[in-house]
Design a protein around this ligand. Structure first.
Ligand code: ATP
Ligand code: MG
Length: 450
């Protein structure tokens, strides 16, 4: 006998369910919240499914919002908290990968559960009936399996977004995708072309920020990345023959994502950092691979791909920068001067994230010279902290003189002022002790005289 499931439904969600049941209808918590509760994860929101029609739901509560009334969804407000209450329904064709063009209401909970994507997402629960698990969601959960409800080919044909959701859930939960479901993905991956960039972006971010970002490998294996991210396929197909490396470019990328904290910017930076390698590959006479200039090519690709997936400009700019400079300073023993120059060139917004990128990159390489590489990085970081703690001047903002000062000292306004300030900054980057008003005004005179 299966052990009985008990789920702690938050009080307000419980009140919604009780009120609907009290009026003679059925109501259940459903989908993600049931799945997450059984898994011991905190549900993000509590969706409720009901036999009551939207008008009937609305008549039971003083405050409701017509969130998706066409699709049977009403948001019931309980204080400041909202609960999406959706009438049992059967879906027509999905138009934007999320909302079906038309829906039919049904009196049957089973019909409603049948339209849901995966067995683990197709369970309902209330205190009266306990768990309603018609498609074996519990069993799949115990076995760590992600499986379509019904025929995978049919389900992925209805809505191709489910293809990406499958890979994303498997990465979030560490589940393997069931073979029939994998086959369905393989056969229908091309359909992803109909899915909007915004939806793909959202799923990709959830995937790469999950505990298993390397499950992107599965998306590659099933022909999914080929459709929206072919640059990654090229990386998976580019070998690296080099003492520093032990993986092909794509596998190195996957390992580097695993080696960095689950932060959106950092994971994206790792995802793109070496994508320029396939396009810069050269082999020397010994067969060793080289990728001169790959960081700049990767940065350009990052910008192009993030743009294609409609990422916001701030994300594009920061990821671009981290990718562009991921190898910066690798060939140099750092000192304070080098650190000031680096921060001036790269900008404070990319620090200290850049160190995390570099560390993950090293950890995803072969262990050849690993200790030395990590020690050098540690040294960079230590010096960076000192430069910051001591408040060294690393940009025009902290220079002890401004353009206005130079003009007050007799310089004609114009381009020349900027040029002199830049030269003064160079001086201060070399030697922070120069950063006094007196000294710099004098240096400015020398520059103008020389
Ligand atoms: P999360 O919120 O963590 O992304 P979730 O399972 O709650 O996961 P939602 O997108 O919030 O996902 O959807 C809620 C429920 O609606 C799902 O659990 C599933 O039952 C159903 N569902 C969502 N999208 C689809 C879809 N494209 N096809 C079929 N059912 C879906
Ligand atoms: Mg949800």
């Amino acid at each position: 006998m299966e052990e009985k499931v008990h789920i702690n439904i938050p009080e307000r969600a419980e009140q919604v369910i009780d009120a609907i049941e009290g009026a003679g209808f059925e109501a259940y918590a459903v989908g993600g919240c049931v799945r997450d509760s059984i898994l011991g994860r905190e549900p993000q929101d509590w969706d409720i499914t009901t036999s009551a029609r939207p008008e009937q739901v609305k008549s039971l509560f003083p405050r409701c919002i017509d969130t998706g009334i066409r699709h049977g969804t009403v948001t019931v407000m309980m204080g400041r908290e909202g609960f999406e209450v959706t009438t049992y329904r059967v879906d027509g064709k999905y138009e934007d990968g999320r909302h079906p063009r038309e829906v039919h209401f049904t009196p049957s909970l089973e019909e409603d559960l049948k339209r849901r994507d995966f067995t683990i997402n197709a369970m309902a629960y209330n205190h009266r009936q306990g768990l309603v698990d018609i498609f074996g969601g519990r069993k799949d959960m115990d076995a760590g399996i992600l499986r379509c409800v019904g025929d995978p080919v049919a389900r992925f044909s209805e809505d191709a977004l489910r293809i990406l959701r499958a890979v994303r859930f498997s990465a979030q939960l560490g589940y393997r995708i069931e073979e029939g479901t994998r086959e369905g993905i393989r056969r229908l991956s091309e359909n992803l072309r109909c899915i909007s960039a915004e939806r793909i972006q959202a799923e990709l971010v959830k995937l790469v920020c999950s505990p298993h970002p390397d499950f992107l490998r599965e998306a590659y294996a099933l022909g999914v990345t080929r459709v929206f991210f072919p640059e990654f396929d090229r990386a998976m197909e580019t070998e690296q023959e080099h003492p520093h490396h032990c993986y092909c470019v794509g596998e190195h990328i996957l390992h580097s994502m695993k080696a960095v904290r689950a932060d959106r910017i950092l994971r994206l930076a790792m995802l793109f950092h070496d994508l320029g390698k396939p396009g810069t590959l050269e082999r020397d006479e010994k067969g060793i691979t080289h990728f001169h200039g790959h960081a700049a090519v990767s940065a350009d690709l990052a910008e192009k791909i993030l743009g294609r997936l409609k990422f916001d400009n701030d994300t594009c700019a920061l990821v671009h920068k981290l990718v562009l400079y991921h190898d910066y300073g690798n060939d140099q023993q750092p000192d304070m001067r080098a650190v000031r120059r680096a921060v001036n060139k790269i900008g404070t917004d990319a620090f200290p994230a850049l160190f995390e990128v570099k560390r993950a990159d090293i950890l995803a390489q072969s262990d050849y010279c690993r200790e030395e590489k990590l020690e050098r990085l540690e040294r960079w970081q230590e010096l960076y902290r000192r430069v910051m703690d001591e408040g060294h001047c690393i940009s025009l903002k902290e220079l002890a003189v401004s353009g206005r000062d130079l003009i007050a000292g007799g310089m004609k306004p114009g381009k020349e002022v900027g040029r002199v300030l830049q030269q003064l900054l160079e001086l201060v980057l070399e030697d922070p002790d120069c950063n006094t008003r007196e000294r710099l005004l004098e240096e400015a005179k020398n520059i103008l005289a020389g």
